[in-house]
Design a protein around this ligand. Structure first.
Ligand SMILES: CC(=O)SCCNC(=O)CCNC(=O)[C@H](O)C(C)(C)COP(=O)(O)OP(=O)(O)OC[C@H]1O[C@@H](n2cnc3c(N)ncnc32)[C@H](O)[C@@H]1OP(=O)(O)O
Ligand SMILES: O=C(O)CCC(=O)C(=O)O
Length: 374
């Protein structure tokens, strides 16, 4: 399958939805550094906070704005006049004005009607525009909304002057085919930009985000390391690499310095990154199995699905229970010691015995000992 060359805008919400993860708080210093690093990677848009939360949040939003970053900044707000007022004068010219799209939320959270939602969109979007803001209408819980009503919301938003609608899979219950259909349907009824906001409750946030991009979304929300409410959002690193590698869609984001940002966000959020977390986990570019190591040494393409250099990393070859003789020869060569395959074959049982007992790879001192005992 071939895909037309195109680009997409990443709107990273590490500093908004990322910080909404239970128990996570970023200090101002952490926010400033995360924002700077995101901008340095070339992330074009950053959603940086919720002004209605209070004076401190607003001061921090201002401080991020004062950095003069190359990234375009947004704030998030409930679709309420009083919340909108808090978004003004912060040095940020775009607001995601959020209102629920599903009957579940409209009736049982907002305790309102669909007609009220449409009227509120009209009133609040116009008020934001009058105040000099650009508006993205956040359709919260869009994934559980009636699709015809969502279309009416999009029409109301566009008629009022919004430039974008955000399709939020708020509770993370969608799958890629459904997302593709939903975004296609939205694309057919509006000329506004469309943004996908996915949650990872079923482990599908990235897949759903890619599906939205294929269906015509112009913007996608991400967070560093997939941080975010509950199971998190679509991970910036996965979305950027997936868009480019699978579909040739450019995001303009260069992840070669991503490990430093990933580490910063993990530390600031008190999180540990799973060792097998795609692209950033400790072990995802490590190889032990003899056949794989032999193949990689002959040509990395033999066992490389993703080039680790894309995310500033490299392959690690590890000696272990499943090593073969080529891997052993290579490990000794790294120490400046030339051995032949016959010697490697005799060293293998020692290596296996060592890792079985110690549950770790042998270090250079161990390898020297093995060699001397031959
Ligand atoms: C899916 C998402 O991620 S949405 C973003 C969620 N993020 C957050 O909630 C983090 C920041 N939140 C906060 O600091 C606070 O919740 C505030 C400042 C926004 C509001 O605080 P409070 O006024 O004390 O209200 P509280 O949080 O208890 O309840 C939410 C209220 O907002 C209403 N509300 C929820 N969403 C919306 C919306 N999109 N538009 C208008 N009103 C809304 C609820 O119905 C409820 O109103 P009620 O008190 O009249 O029943
Ligand atoms: O309405 C929005 O802007 C999306 C809010 C959000 O974070 C969500 O629905 O998960």
């Amino acid at each position: 399958m071939t895909f037309p060359a195109r680009s997409i805008v990443i709107d990273d919400t590490t500093l908004r939805d990322g910080e909404q993860s239970a128990g996570v708080v970023f200090s101002l210093d952490e926010k400033l550094n995360i924002a700077k690093q995101l901008a340095e990677l070339g992330v074009p848009e950053l959603e940086i906070g919720i002004p209605a939360m209070g004076e401190q949040e607003r001061e921090e939003i201002k401080a991020i704005g004062a950095l003069g970053l190359s990234s375009h900044l947004l704030v998030w707000s409930r679709m309420r006049q009083e919340d909108l007022q808090h978004c003004l004068g912060l040095g940020v010219d775009t607001v995601d004005l959020s209102i629920s799209a599903s009957d579940q939320h409209i009736q049982h959270k907002l305790k309102q009607s669909r007609a009220w939602v449409l009227a509120t969109i009209d009133r609040c979007v116009k008020a934001a525009l009058d105040a000099g803001m650009r508006v993205c209408v956040g359709a919260e819980d869009a994934s559980r909304a009636d699709s015809d009503f969502l279309a009416r919301m999009a029409e109301a938003a566009q008629a009022a002057g919004a430039c974008r609608i955000r399709f939020a899979d708020t509770v993370g219950v969608m799958e890629p085919f459904g997302v593709h259909d939903a975004i296609r349907k939205l694309r057919a009824v509006t000329d506004m930009d469309i943004e996908m906001h996915a949650h990872d409750d079923l482990g599908l946030a990235t897949a759903n985000t890619l599906a939205a991009a294929l269906a015509g979304a112009t913007h996608v929300n991400t967070t560093v390391n997939g941080l975010g409410e509950r199971a998190g959002n679509a991970a910036l690193e996965e979305v950027v690499v997936g868009l480019k590698q699978l579909y040739g869609i450019e995001s303009g984001v260069d992840l070669r310095n991503f490990p430093a940002l990933s580490h910063r966000v993990a530390t600031a959020s008190g999180d540990t990154i799973g060792s097998r977390k795609s692209l950033i986990g400790r072990d995802v570019f490590s190889h032990e199995a003899g056949i794989h190591v032999d193949g990689l040494l002959k040509d990395p393409a033999n066992y490389q699905g993703v080039d680790p250099a894309l995310v500033g990393r490299s392959h690690q070859l590890v000696l272990g229970k499943h090593s073969g003789s080529q891997g052993v020869v290579h490990a000794y060569r790294q120490l400046g010691i030339q051995i032949n395959r016959w010697q490697a074959g005799r060293l293998l049982p020692m290596i296996r015995q060592f890792v079985s007992v110690n549950k770790r790879a042998p270090q250079s001192a161990d390898l020297n000992l093995f060699l001397h005992s031959l």
